[in-house]
Design a protein around this ligand. Structure first.
Ligand SMILES: Nc1ncnc2c1ncn2[C@@H]1O[C@H](COP(=O)(O)OP(=O)(O)O)[C@@H](O)[C@H]1O
Ligand SMILES: [Mg+2]
Length: 260
């Protein structure tokens, strides 16, 4: 069964005057344990789509299921991890307290959880348990946010441009780290990015979205072996995939033609 199935999802926001159609007929699927990326122009509805998957908001049409159940079940069971562009840590709490936060705010005992210390080590922050966020670099803060998102052992990890605020070198390093963490945890991941090379480097599947109202205009399977390495970025298969995505993103009429 697919970890994530999005079926003909539409989202229209009602405004004071009129309305804004953010998504239209969005369909996509992600197998359990897969890494998927969404790429598309700004304002095309990528964040909206992640918020719908996380059950933060509900679609105006269509259906979403996580492992066959509505997203609400996964949200209530607290099995959805979410990482935003900004680390959104509590500045007065230590690294350890921030990572453990989802455990302490749980109203009832969580069904599954991972030890905060183990996660701090997994994201490479051993020795920084008692540090405050202000004492960490942007990349390190984002590692804390990733560790926190994993503490309730999510079925799906949603990442909204998680490394968008980082410099290129840190970003590339974080990509490798994220792949290592993803492989170790076995979670399904869906990430939004602006970067074509990041999308290809990370993914089993890349979904290309059209300008608003967002639709999926192409879906590309990336057949590079795993674990991925920097050296693969020089392979023809890597550059071919990037070129294919670029053509699709900048196609004059990004119609619903699917690239398998
Ligand atoms: N809560 C909201 N109310 C009204 N409009 C919204 C809301 N959230 C997003 N939008 C609009 O929906 C469109 C898609 O936004 P978003 O999902 O943030 O795009 P992206 O993440 O691809 O840049 C934008 O035009 C945005 O202004
Ligand atoms: Mg966004």
């Amino acid at each position: 069964m697919a970890a994530l199935q999005v079926d003909q999802v539409g989202m229209t926001f009602a405004l004071e005057k009129g309305s804004i159609k953010a998504l239209e007929g969005v369909s996509l699927g992600l197998a359990s344990g897969a890494f998927g990326t969404i790429i598309g122009p700004s304002g095309c509805g990528k964040s909206t789509l992640l918020r719908l998957v996380a059950d933060i908001t509900q679609p105006t049409s269509g259906h979403i299921t996580l492992a066959g159940a509505p997203p609400q079940s996964a949200r209530l069971a607290r099995r959805i991890g979410f990482v935003f562009q900004e680390a959104t840590l509590l500045p007065w709490k230590t690294v350890m307290e921030n990572v453990a936060l989802p455990l302490t705010v749980a109203r009832r005992a969580p069904i599954a959880s991972r030890h905060p210390q183990e996660l701090i080590e997994l994201v490479g922050l051993k020795g920084f348990e008692q540090a405050l966020p202000s004492q960490l670099s942007g990349g390190m803060q984002q590692r804390v946010a990733i560790a926190r998102s994993l503490v309730l052992d999510p079925h799906i990890l949603l990442l909204d441009e998680p490394f968008g605020a980082l410099d290129d070198i840190t970003r590339q390093r974080m990509n490798l780290e994220l792949l290592r963490i993803w492989a170790e945890t076995g979670t399904t991941a869906l990430m939004v990015t602006h970067s074509l090379s990041e999308a290809v480097f990370m993914s089993d599947k890349v979904f290309v979205m059209s300008p608003r109202p967002g639709r999926i205009t192409a879906e590309l399977a990336i057949d590079l072996p795993r674990p991925r390495s920097q050296a693969m970025m020089k392979l023809p298969a890597f550059t071919d995939a990037i070129n294919m995505l670029r053509d699709q993103l900048f196609a004059p009429d990004a119609s619903a033609e699917l690239v398998a």
